[in-house]
Design a protein around this ligand. Structure first.
Ligand SMILES: [Zn+2]
Ligand SMILES: [Zn+2]
Length: 337
């Protein structure tokens, strides 16, 4: 508490000195509203592939599922214009880029270490998405970068980052208050929702009752065209997208994730509640009315509220381990719907 007070006091002091030069400055920072830990903030930036051998890719990659860019191609989906789709992320081993031996390779290049620490971690992708492996940066254009969340909270979890220097460090409430910008973001999010939906079908379609006829048709000797295929399950209904009422990372980012909340990186109550309560504000709810309660996440107590299953609403109080067990069961049932 004491530390929080000191930070707030400092913040206030600076604000008075600089007369609220930006909206970040004018908004009191609610440190207790961080949904992620300092460790996660510090790890938000993976080291670009040019300095990583395959073995050095952060461990989270094992738990955190990767959206292959092959999907982008085979679906003929244009994500961003002009799009730069990174190299094919096939399940087969991709030849790792030439790299110096691990003991010689600097784990954190000077630019990454000095410029994009902690809350600023996402800045590395915005400044220079090129060196990152396709497992991290899915696509980029002049305006946006799309990455796989390093600490996903669902089985598929993307982040859309804006590269607009006038917007990237604004609080989402302020950035998305600009109608033109909001329209651009909503359009990108809509394409990403389609992408995530296709990825969900690719992964889980074979378990789904609603996709059964479609799956069978696809296995037929003569492959039918997309129009001839049974529609199957509407996976787009299984995708959520939005911003956090109090983002832990400084750079504007929009979450696009599957509804399952099934991930090894989901580790405590704040993690879960940041994606299962009004703390996550759907992108379609913007522009947010001035009197919207979600503008005051601390006062509303979203992160500290009871743990409730996203699917059946069962209340687990503060029993996170029990919720996790339950979510694992719900994940199987959800897939099979
Ligand atoms: Zn966030
Ligand atoms: Zn449930």
């Amino acid at each position: 508490m004491r530390r929080g007070y000191v930070l707030l006091a400092k913040h206030k002091h600076r604000k008075e000195g600089r007369r609220a030069t930006s909206s970040m400055m004018s908004r009191p920072i609610e440190h207790s509203q961080d949904a992620i830990t300092a460790e996660e903030m510090a790890g938000a930036t993976a080291v670009p592939s040019t300095t990583l051998t395959e073995q050095e890719v952060p461990k989270q990659n094992n738990a955190c599922i990767i959206l292959p860019s092959s999907l982008l191609r085979c679906q003929g989906l244009t994500l961003l214009t002009p799009i730069v789709v990174t190299t094919l992320m096939s399940p087969k081993k991709v030849k790792p880029p030439p790299a110096p031996p691990p003991e010689v390779a600097p784990r954190h290049p000077a630019t990454t270490a000095t410029t994009f620490l902690g809350r600023k971690g996402l800045g590395a992708y915005i400044a220079s998405p090129e060196p990152f492996p396709p497992s991290r940066v899915i696509s980029y254009s002049e305006k946006f970068v799309v990455i796989n969340d390093l600490y996903p909270k669902s089985s598929v979890h993307l982040l859309l980052l804006s590269r607009d220097p006038a917007k990237t460090l604004l609080h989402p409430f302020d950035a998305l208050g600009d109608k033109d910008f909001l329209a651009e973001v909503q359009s990108e999010v809509s394409k990403l929702r389609t992408l995530v939906a296709k990825e969900l079908r690719r992964r889980y379609g074979r378990f789904s009752v609603q996709d059964k006829a479609r799956e069978q048709a696809m296995e037929a000797d003569s492959l039918p065209s997309e129009e001839q295929l049974p529609l199957g399950r509407d996976w787009s209904k299984e995708v959520v997208s939005g911003v956090h009422a109090h983002p832990s990372m400084s750079h504007l980012h929009i979450h696009i994730l599957s509804v399952d909340r099934e991930s090894d990186c989901m580790r405590h109550r704040k993690h879960y509640n940041s994606f299962a309560t009004p703390f996550l504000i759907p992108i379609e709810d913007f522009p947010l009315p001035p009197n919207d309660r979600r503008r005051h996440p601390g006062r509303e107590g979203y992160l500290h509220s009871d743990l409730k299953c996203w699917r059946c609403g069962k209340n687990f109080g503060s029993k996170f381990a029990r919720l996790k067990d339950h979510l694992a069961e719900e994940f199987e049932t959800w897939k099979s719907e």
